[in-house]
Design a protein around this ligand. Structure first.
Ligand code: FES
Ligand code: FE2
Length: 410
């Protein structure tokens, strides 16, 4: 059932996503969403140039400045990415005690780790001595030792050792632990909330409501669970604004017959349907029946879920893949693809390789499209476009959400 976006739904989601302090945390000194410089008036004017009240059939798309202006991206980082739950990784990355991985979102450097007791944590990945980045990449560690002067922190964030500080005054080691970030899991995904100074693993049911709203149930029922082992990760740096990649995903299969000939032959494009929820849109498509005895990468139906602002969950046949779109600057983004596969097929190397090859082809086709769109957006010839009303409703929904979020409505 599609649930139309409404101001009430949006504001209740915002209320639900407010941080709830639960226990004392070290005094915050790191930059946070609230300390980012106020947005430029020009970026505010760009936000206002899109009118979400105009119905889809009459609406024009956001102006090209949404996709090219560095101040607009600064506003997005402040209001969109550094507030509320954000997907940052998956549970297989921190499956065992002492596992960790790092990441960056805007100017926020973070590390997610599981301590020796199995508790999940997230911290700003910045040494409290002179700000060196602490951990790098991913792997296993029993503690984080700063590469600069050797200050050492436990995986629970406690400062274990401050080297060569004899004679220091007014210094309490307990005040110099790593700055915590709120972290949680939902299904196989690890989420972080950067606008909160408290580290706590939140109950999954609360997170599902806050992150996915009323789509949470639907996604749980459609095979998005923790049982699919992680198989493979690929990262692409794409020369386009992060929203160009999202828009491409949200066009209701419009581009598939023109850009993905091979994929199109495996899908029944006339079966494409789109439903929108508070902060999620779901596109579904049926596949052409596979030959008997032929392992089918696409299965009988595909479900493509977009979780605002930048996370895609694709479930088809025995596969699930996710796409995390990370803005790098106004005209570049990184897209992280993670592939998960039904346990029964994890030993079938031929199937895995051929599936990943097919998927790679689709990605390369999409990347070429996205680069082309970005160059067009930067051309003086283009300012705004139109929507195809019967297919591009999820894209319009995305733009309306972004407008409300950037306008400060939630
Ligand atoms: S900056 Fe980390 S120990 Fe000096
Ligand atoms: Fe595509």
């Amino acid at each position: 059932m599609a649930i139309a976006q409404s101001a009430a739904a949006v504001s209740s989601a915002a209320r639900a996503s407010r941080p709830r302090p639960t226990r004392a945390a070290p005094r915050r000194i790191a930059a946070s969403a609230s300390s980012v410089a106020p947005p430029e008036p020009a970026a505010r004017r760009l936000v206002a140039a899109f009118d979400p009240a105009v119905p889809l059939a009459s609406a024009v798309t956001p102006p090209s400045g949404w996709y090219t202006d560095p101040d607009f991206l600064r506003l997005e980082l402040d209001r969109v990415f550094l507030r509320g739950w954000q997907a940052v990784g998956h549970i297989w990355q921190v499956k065992n005690p002492n596992d960790y991985f790092t990441g960056r979102l805007g100017n926020v450097e973070f590390v997610i780790c599981r301590d020796a007791n199995g508790e999940l944590h997230a911290f700003h990945n910045v040494c409290r001595h002179h700000a060196s980045l602490l951990a790098c990449g991913s792997g296993q560690k029993t503690c984080f030792q700063c590469p600069y002067h050797g200050w050492t922190y436990g995986l629970d964030g406690v400062l274990l050792k401050a080297t060569r500080i004899s004679g220091i005054k007014n210094f309490n080691k307990n005040d110099f632990g790593l700055i915590p970030i709120k972290v949680a899991t939902w299904g196989p995904f690890v989420l972080a909330k950067f606008d909160s100074g408290f580290s706590q693993e939140t109950a999954d049911n609360t997170v599902g409501d806050e992150w996915l709203g009323s789509a949470s149930d639907l996604l749980s029922r459609n095979g998005i669970d923790t049982s699919l082992p992680h198989i493979y990760r690929r990262e692409y740096i794409i020369e386009c604004n992060w929203k160009v990649f999202c828009d491409n995903y949200l066009d209701g299969g419009y581009h598939v017959p023109y850009a993905h000939g091979t994929l199109a032959s495996g899908l029944q494009l006339q079966s494409y349907e789109t439903h929108t929820y508070e902060r999620v849109s779901v596109q579904r498509c049926e596949s052409v029946q596979a030959e008997q005895n032929d392992f089918d990468r696409l299965g009988t139906k595909a479900i493509y879920a977009f979780v605002y602002p930048n996370f895609m969950i694709n479930r088809y046949g025995p596969w699930m893949d996710t796409n995390l779109v990370v803005p790098l600057d106004a005209t570049r983004c990184k897209v992280i693809f993670d592939y998960f596969l039904d346990k029964s097929l994890t030993d079938d190397q031929n199937f895995i390789e051929s599936s990943l090859k097919d998927s790679e082809q689709v990605q390369m086709e999409d990347i070429a499209l996205c680069k082309g769109v970005q160059r067009g957006l930067e051309s003086p010839a283009y300012s705004v476009g139109r929507y195809a009303p019967s297919v591009e409703m999820a894209m319009h929904h995305f733009h309306c959400l972004l407008h409300a979020n950037l306008s400060g409505d939630w």
